[in-house]
Design a protein around this ligand. Structure first.
Ligand SMILES: Cc1ncc(COP(=O)(O)O)c(C=O)c1O
Length: 410
């Protein structure tokens, strides 16, 4: 490997949100435990990005900044080159993160009281963007199923979606593509069907494609814009960002593609009402470098994350076979069903944090449909993952959970 995906980082005391959260939950924790929760990576950034920021800083005046043509071109070219669809640069509205963009879309494109459809279990700020702004959550839960070869799998429930979309009170759907936390990379047919239903029923689709670059070997991301017809553009917004892909969430850079002039105008006016919604000045050089100089880093990252997933699945299959590991087609987040242990959500969380010293994202935060699940962040060096899973199996044995009930060996 050309890049470093093995050095263990110690982010204690660096202001890392993920690490600080772990120490808030377990202040007595010593060194050596790495949290596998919040979706940023335990890897160093691509050196090209740091170099670009440092080169840029030499001559920069750190005043108010607007997106440059170079930034807009980098975002458009990335989508064309990596995801096969052609945008126009004036469609882009930069925002200081995808979550602020989702909040703004809900606020500026729906009315108080409107229903916004989500597909839980799903990234929890989707819920907040709806409830905290006086709109109503409308659930179109994903359905758990099994493929012919026995693989556990999630599908969309289109019949239910059609029923929800038909209700004129429901005016927006927030799509997570690829899906956090269940790891699905939606197929062109699934996205086409979703668009058909939404457009026919005048429901705006806000497609959160922040994980679009994190696609595991054998799978391919379909950008919703690549299956949308021009006549459907007024119903689609796409949120993209280099933040997950290159671990630069702290730079707060996102590009929201809004092809329809009127929708874009309403979205922009909504942003104008929010003080400090501009990107910080580092967002621009970081994004340009990410989208023009880091393809080889990303290829290596995907190999590392994919191998980590294979390791996790193999490990669980050997030592904790009662747990259900869902395929991780995209993202670097593995979704595992612990319901076979029969613990309440509180008991499961307490077991993870106190017995196994594992700091994960608890499934219930993604909605009631995630109760009894855990989300493992696999963007970490292999030895961190191995140690984490060994702690898990050791603690399960101590507590005689699952295969270890009745003192049996797994
Ligand atoms: C689906 C999804 N959307 C948005 C975000 C966060 O976006 P941002 O940090 O740009 O606000 C995340 C972070 O995990 C995510 O998984």
């Amino acid at each position: 490997m050309k890049y470093d995906f093995t050095t263990r980082l110690n982010r204690t005391g660096t202001g890392s949100a993920k690490w600080d959260d772990m120490y808030r939950k377990a202040p007595e924790l010593g060194f050596g435990i790495v949290p596998l929760s919040v979706a940023d990576m335990e890897f160093k950034n691509p050196p090209q990005i740091k170099q670009a920021i440092s080169d840029w800083l030499e001559d920069a005046v750190l005043g108010y900044t607007d997106p440059t043509d170079e930034f807009l071109d980098a975002c458009v070219s990335w989508q064309r080159r990596r995801h096969g669809w052609q945008a126009e640069s004036h469609w882009i509205v930069p925002t200081a993160g995808v979550v602020p963009a989702l909040f703004n879309a809900v606020r500026s494109l729906t009315k108080p009281g409107d229903g916004v459809i989500v597909q839980p279990p799903v990234y929890y700020p989707f819920f907040k963007s709806i409830t905290e702004q006086g709109r109503t959550i409308v659930r179109n839960p994903l359905v758990r199923t099994t493929l012919d070869d026995g693989t556990p799998y999630y599908r969309m429930d289109f019949e239910d979606l059609e029923a929800k979309a038909k209700d004129p009170a429901n005016t927006m759907l927030i799509l997570c593509s690829p899906h956090n936390p269940v790891g699905r990379v939606w197929s062109p047919a699934e996205l086409r069907q979703l668009l058909d239903i939404c457009v026919r029923n005048d429901v705006i689709v806000v497609a959160d494609e922040i994980h679009d670059d994190l696609i595991m070997p054998g799978h391919e991301h379909t950008a919703i814009m690549s299956v949308a017809d021009v006549g459907e553009y007024d119903h689609v917004l796409v949120a993209t960002a280099p933040s997950k892909t290159f671990n630069i969430a702290g730079c707060q850079a996102s590009a929201i593609f809004i092809p329809n002039d009127d929708v874009r105008d309403r979205f922009r006016k909504g942003l104008d009402l929010v003080p400090a919604s501009e990107l910080n000045c580092f967002a621009y050089p970081a994004t340009i470098a990410a989208y023009t100089k880091c393809d080889d880093w990303l290829e290596e990252l995907i190999q590392v994350v994919s191998a980590n997933f294979d390791f996790l699945r193999g490990f669980m299959g050997t030592y904790l076979p009662e747990l259900v590991v869902y395929p991780m087609e995209g993202t670097y987040l593995a979704w595992v069903d612990f319901n076979a242990w029969g613990l309440s959500t509180e008991e499961l969380q307490s077991f993870m944090e106190k017995d196994a010293l594992l700091f994960l994202d608890e499934g219930y935060v993604f909605g009631e449909e995630g109760a009894g699940f855990e989300r493992f962040n696999l963007a970490c060096p292999r030895d961190v993952l191995e140690e984490s899973l060994e702690r898990l199996v050791h603690a399960a044995k101590e507590r005689r959970l699952g295969s270890f009930a009745k003192g049996g060996q797994a």
